[in-house]
Design a protein around this ligand. Structure first.
Ligand SMILES: C[S@@+](CC[C@H](N)C(=O)[O-])C[C@H]1O[C@@H](n2cnc3c(N)ncnc32)[C@H](O)[C@@H]1O
Length: 458
C-alpha cells in the first residue's frame, strides 16, 4: 500500500474526536487522580462516530496490561451505602418498621439507584458530584419509547420493558413512601425528599443498569451476619458497584478481560458496624485486558456474551449482525399453532414435554431450531409411533438434528411470525421517529426477519 493510501485509510479509521478540552472531564480526571486512580497514561476519553463516548488508547496495548485500577473507596458499592448514616436513617428511623415490612423485597440494583438519587439531590455537597456530572443525562433504552410507538415493537422487547416498569414502579413507590414517613430531618434527607421523583429515579435506575460492574466484596465485608440493618430489605446479592472511569469503556463481544480485587491481608470479614472509608484505601479493584489494541483505537471490554435483545433493552445499543440473536416461540403459542393445524397433542405427550423441560427455550437462531424445539417436535411427531423409543431419539437429537420433516412442521408458523414482524417494522418506519432506541428495536426485528427467512428457505 502506498503512503497516501495508508494515510487516507488511517484517517478513515480514526473516526473519533478527543474530549481533552471538555471542562467537566478535566475536572473528573483531576478528581480521580487526586483520589488515587491508577490508569494507563495513554488512555483518554473520546467520542467515537459508531459508539459515542468511550476510551481511546494513544499507544498500543498488549494482553495482560492493566487498564485501570481504582481504590475501593472511589467506587460506589454496598459499603458506601452502609457507611452513609443519613441515608441509612431513611430506613432505620422511620414511622414504618421498614426492615420487617419490606424484608427481602428490594433488589440491590433498586437500592443503588435510590442511593444515586439521594447523592444527586445533594448537588455539590456530595464528594461524588464531579462523577455524577459526567454521567449521561439520558439513556437510549426502549423503556423510554412513547406508548404509540411501543404498540408496534416486538412482544419480546415489550416483555422486558414491562418487567422493568414493574420493578421500577414498585420500588419507586416504596422509596417514595419511606421518604414521606422518615423521621430524620437532616439536610441531606430533606434534599432527597424535595427532589425525589419518577424521572430522577428512572434516570438513576438505568445509570446503574448500564454502568455497574461486578465486584464481590463478601470476603472483605461480613454481609451475612447482619441484623437490624438496611441489608435486610435486599432480595438478592450486593455484588454490583459503580466504578468511575472504568464505566467509560464500551462493550465489544470480541473483547476479553479480567478483574482483580487486591486486598491488604489485614482486611477480612469486616463487620458492618466497623466499616470506615479509610479501610478501603488499600483495597484496589483492577481491570486487565487480554487483547491487543492498536495505537489510536478504542479500548473495549466485554460486558458478557449478550444477544441484542439484552443489549438493546438493558444497555441501549446493539451489535449489528449479532450471531447470538434468536427468535423465541413461547410454548403456549406453539400449542395454539398445532391446534389450528389440527395436529393432536395428547395429555401424555404434554406430560412428557414438561417432564423433559421441552416446553422451555424454544427458539430458532441462525443455525436453525434450538435443541429443545427440535426435541419438542420429535415428541409431537414420533411419540405415538410404534418401534420408536422417544427418549433415545431425543438423546440422539443432541448429536444429530437434521430431520427436515421436523423443520417443515413449524415452517408455516415461522412464515406467519416473519410476516407479522415485517408488518410491524413497516409501521415503525412510517412513524417518522428516529430515536436511537427505536432504530435499535428495528435493527433487532430485521435481524429476526433474517433468521426466520433463512430457516424458511432451509
Ligand atoms: C458502561 S457505559 C460505557 C460508556 C458510555 N459510552 C458513556 O459515554 O458514558 C455503557 C453504555 O455505553 C454505550 N455503549 C457501550 N458499548 C457500546 C457499543 N459497542 N456500541 C454503542 N454503544 C455502546 C451504551 O449506551 C451503554 O449503555
Amino acid at each position: 500500500m502506498g503512503r497516501t493510501k495508508r494515510k487516507r485509510r488511517q484517517k478513515i479509521s480514526r473516526s473519533f474526536c478527543t474530549c481533552g478540552a471538555n471542562e467537566e472531564l478535566i475536572l473528573l480526571n483531576t478528581w480521580l487522580k487526586k483520589n488515587g486512580v491508577r490508569r494507563k497514561k495513554e488512555l483518554a476519553l473520546a467520542v467515537f462516530s459508531d459508539t459515542g463516548r468511550g476510551v481511546l488508547t494513544k499507544k498500543r496495548i498488549r494482553p495482560g496490561d492493566e487498564l485501570i485500577s481504582l481504590p475501593l473507596n472511589l467506587t460506589i458499592n454496598v459499603s458506601t451505602i452502609l457507611m452513609d448514616r443519613a441515608f441509612c436513617s431513611i430506613f432505620l428511623e422511620n414511622k414504618i418498621p421498614c426492615l420487617s415490612t419490606y424484608k427481602k423485597t428490594v433488589s440491590f440494583q433498586s437500592l443503588l439507584a435510590f442511593y444515586l438519587t439521594y447523592l444527586k439531590a445533594q448537588g455539590i455537597k456530595t464528594k461524588w458530584h464531579i462523577y455524577l456530572k459526567n454521567l449521561p443525562q439520558e439513556y437510549t433504552v426502549p423503556y423510554f419509547l412513547p406508548n404509540e410507538i411501543k404498540c408496534n415493537v416486538d412482544p419480546e422487547i415489550l416483555d422486558v420493558i414491562s418487567n422493568q416498569k414493574c420493578v421500577i414502579e414498585t420500588t419507586y413507590n416504596i422509596f417514595f413512601q419511606l421518604l414521606k414517613t422518615c423521621k430524620n430531618s437532616c439536610d441531606s434527607v430533606s434534599m432527597v425528599q424535595k427532589h425525589f421523583c419518577m424521572s430522577l429515579y428512572e434516570w438513576a435506575y438505568f445509570t446503574v443498569n448500564t454502568r455497574c460492574v461486578y465486584i464481590d466484596l463478601s470476603k472483605i465485608i461480613d454481609l451475612k451476619n447482619v441484623e437490624n440493618n438496611l441489608l435486610n430489605i435486599i432480595s438478592d446479592n450486593t455484588n454490583i458497584s459503580l466504578c468511575p472511569y472504568l464505566d467509560m469503556i464500551n462493550h465489544s463481544p470480541c473483547a476479553r478481560n479480567e478483574t482483580k480485587l487486591l486486598v491488604n491481608k489485614d482486611i477480612e470479614n469486616v463487620k458492618v458496624k466497623d466499616l470506615k472509608d479509610e479501610l478501603f484505601l488499600d483495597v484496589t479493584f483492577s481491570i486487565y485486558t487480554k487483547n491487543f489494541f492498536d495505537a489510536h483505537s478504542q479500548v473495549f471490554i466485554c460486558y458478557g456474551d449478550s444477544h441484542n435483545l439484552k443489549l438493546i433493552t438493558e444497555y441501549g445499543f446493539c451489535i449489528p449482525k449479532n450471531d447470538l440473536d434468536y427468535v423465541s416461540f413461547p410454548f403456549d403459542i406453539v400449542l395454539q399453532y398445532f391446534n389450528t393445524r389440527s395436529i393432536k397433542v395428547s395429555l401424555e405427550q404434554i406430560n412428557f414435554i414438561h417432564s423433559h423441560g421441552l416446553n422451555k427455550d424454544l427458539h430458532i437462531d441462525s443455525k436453525g431450531l434450538s435443541y429443545n424445539f427440535y426435541g419438542l417436535l420429535m415428541v409431537i411427531k414420533y411419540y405415538h409411533e410404534k418401534n420408536k423409543d422417544i427418549s433415545r431419539l431425543i438423546y440422539s437429537a443432541a448429536i444429530c438434528s437434521n430431520d427436515s420433516k421436523l423443520n417443515e412442521l413449524v415452517k408455516p408458523m415461522a412464515v406467519d411470525k416473519c410476516n407479522l414482524i415485517s408488518n410491524s417494522v413497516n409501521e415503525l418506519k412510517k412513524s417518522g421517529c428516529e430515536a436511537v432506541e427505536l432504530m435499535n428495536c428495528i435493527e433487532l426485528m430485521c435481524q429476526y426477519i433474517g433468521i426466520l427467512e433463512k430457516f424458511i428457505k432451509s
